[in-house]
Ligand binder design. Structure first.
Ligand SMILES: Nc1ncnc2c1ncn2[C@@H]1O[C@H](COP(=O)(O)OP(=O)(O)O)[C@@H](O)[C@H]1O
Ligand SMILES: [Mg+2]
Length: 369
C-alpha cells in the first residue's frame, strides 16, 4: 500500500477520501493500493472499463500500466501485479519479479496459468478431487489424449472404451483461435483425419445449457449459457463423420432469461460450487479463473467440468459491444467484485494474518506440473 500522495489524482482526492471509509477496519484510511497491469490492448479495454476504474479510484485503488519495454523492477512500486500476457519471455520476467518481490501479490503465478493451458492437466485436478457430497457429484468426462499418429485413434478409442459421440479438442488451450477449433465425432474412424495433439472427450448430453462459473478470489458468480444440443441415440446411429462445430464459447447467448425446462436450467447448488471453487483455487494455485460446467441431462445433481480458463478474456476477435460471453466484463457486478477482491488481498497482508495456506499446493512445492 502506498501513502496517499505518492501517486495522486487531485481532482478525485476528495471523492476517494469519502469512500475510503468503507474499507474494513484494520487498514489505515490514508493508504492507496497500486495495481500494476500487463494486459493486451484488447484485454485492457474489455477489463478496465470506465465503471471499474471509477469505482476503484473511489476506493483508493490505482491502476498503473506496466511498460513491457522497461525492467519490471524499475516500475511501481506495486501492491498487486495483474497480468495476462503470453510467451516464455514474459513468464520468466514475471517469475523473476515474484522471486525478487515477495511483498507484491502477483495474479497469478505463471506455472499455475500454464497448467490450465493444457486440456489434460487442467481437468486432472477436478478428477483427483472426486467431489461428491449431499449436494451433488462433480466429475470430468472420460477422455483420451492423442499426441501423435492419428491412424492409431480408432484402436485407442476402442481400447479405452470411450462411448461415442466424442468431442475432439486441441490439447493446448492457450486462447488462440486454433485452440478453440472443436469437432464432434460420430464414429471413431473419422477421427484419423484430425491433427494431434488432441483430447478426445465423451460428449455428455446436458440439455443444451452450460453454466459458466466465474471465480475471483473467494467470490463466485454463475451465469447460464446456451450450449450444444443433446445427441440422441437415433441421431448417432444415423450419422458418421467428424463435424467441426462453431465456436460455441464465443457465440453462446445468455440463457439466463430463457424459458427452459427447470430441470435443465436450475443452477448447480451453491454449496457444491463453493466446495469446488475452494478446492480448485487451492489445487490450481489460481485466484482468477472460470469453469465451464454442465449437468448430465436426466440427472439432478451429476455435473461435469469440461473447461477451465484463466482470467477469462474477451475472445473470438469479436467487437467490444458484441455478445461475447467469456469475459469478466460480462460478469454481473464485476466492478464491485474486483475492487473488493483487490482490497481483501492487501488487507489480509496488512493485518499480517497468515494467509490460509493450501496444503496441497505446499506439499507440491507450488509445482503443479
Ligand atoms: N464433453 C462435452 N460434452 C458436451 N458438450 C461439450 C463437451 N465439451 C465441450 N462441449 C461443448 O463445446 C463447447 C466448447 O468446449 P470447451 O471445452 O469449453 O472449449 P473452449 O476452449 O472452446 O471454450 C462447450 O461450451 C460445450 O457447449
Ligand atoms: Mg469453454
Amino acid at each position: 500500500m502506498r501513502l496517499k500522495g505518492e501517486i495522486s489524482y487531485p481532482d478525485e482526492e476528495e471523492e476517494g477520501k469519502k469512500e475510503m471509509h468503507s474499507i474494513s477496519a484494520g487498514v489505515p484510511q490514508h493508504l492507496k493500493l497500486v495495481v500494476g497491469y500487463a494486459l493486451t490492448k484488447k484485454k485492457t479495454i474489455s477489463f478496465l472499463q470506465p465503471k471499474l476504474q471509477g469505482l476503484a479510484r473511489n476506493k483508493g485503488i490505482l491502476f498503473v500500466a506496466i511498460d513491457q519495454n522497461r525492467p519490471l523492477s524499475d516500475q511501481g512500486p506495486f501492491d498487486i501485479v495483474l497480468h495476462k500476457l503470453s510467451g516464455r519471455n514474459w513468464c520468466q520476467i514475471i517469475e523473476d519479479y515474484r522471486q525478487k518481490h515477495p511483498e507484491v501479490t502477483v495474479l497469478d503465478p505463471p506455472d499455475a496459468i500454464q497448467h490450465v493451458h493444457n486440456r489434460q492437466s487442467m481437468l486432472q485436478d477436478v478428477a483427483d478431487l472426486n467431489l461428491s457430497d449431499c449436494y451433488g457429484k462433480v466429475s470430468v468426462p472420460r477422455q483420451l489424449v492423442i499426441t501423435e499418429d492419428p491412424s492409431s485413434i480408432p484402436d485407442a478409442v476402442t481400447k479405452a472404451g470411450l462411448v461415442l459421440p466424442l468431442v475432439a479438442k486441441p490439447l493446448i488451450a492457450d486462447g488462440s483461435a486454433k485452440s478453440h477449433e472443436l469437432s464432434l465425432a460420430y464414429d471413431q474412424y473419422s477421427l484419423s483425419n484430425l491433427e494431434p495433439p488432441l483430447v478426445l472427450q465423451e460428449f455428455v448430453n446436458h440439455g443444451g445449457v452450460l453454466f459458466k462459473v466465474y471465480i475471483v478470489g473467494e467470490a463466485i458468480k454463475v451465469v447460464r449459457r446456451f450450449s450444444l444440443p443433446d445427441v440422441s441415440k437415433r441421431e448417432l446411429s444415423k450419422n458418421a463423420g467428424v463435424f467441426r462445430f462453431p465456436r460455441v464459447s464465443c457465440a453462446a447467448a445468455s440463457a439466463d432469461d430463457a424459458d427452459l425446462d427447470p430441470g435443465v436450467a436450475e443452477l448447480p447448488p451453491r454449496p457444491l460450487l463453493e466446495s469446488l471453487a475452494k478446492e480448485l483455487r487451492c489445487r490450481l494455485g489460481l485466484r482468477l479463473f472460470n469453469i465451464d460446467i454442465i449437468r448430465e441431462h436426466g440427472t439432478r445433481d451429476h455435473f461435469y467440468v469440461i473447461d477451465i480458463n484463466y482470467f477469462p478474456g474477451k475472445q473470438c476477435g469479436l467487437e467490444l459491444r458484441s455478445s461475447s460471453t467469456n469475459w469478466y466484463g460480462k460478469m454481473p457486478e464485476y466492478e464491485h467484485i474486483f475492487t473488493d477482491f483487490f482490497l481483501s488481498l492487501v488487507q489480509s497482508k496488512y493485518r499480517k494474518r497468515p494467509t490460509v495456506e493450501c496444503a496441497y499446493w505446499k506439499n507440491n512445492n507450488g509445482n503443479v506440473s
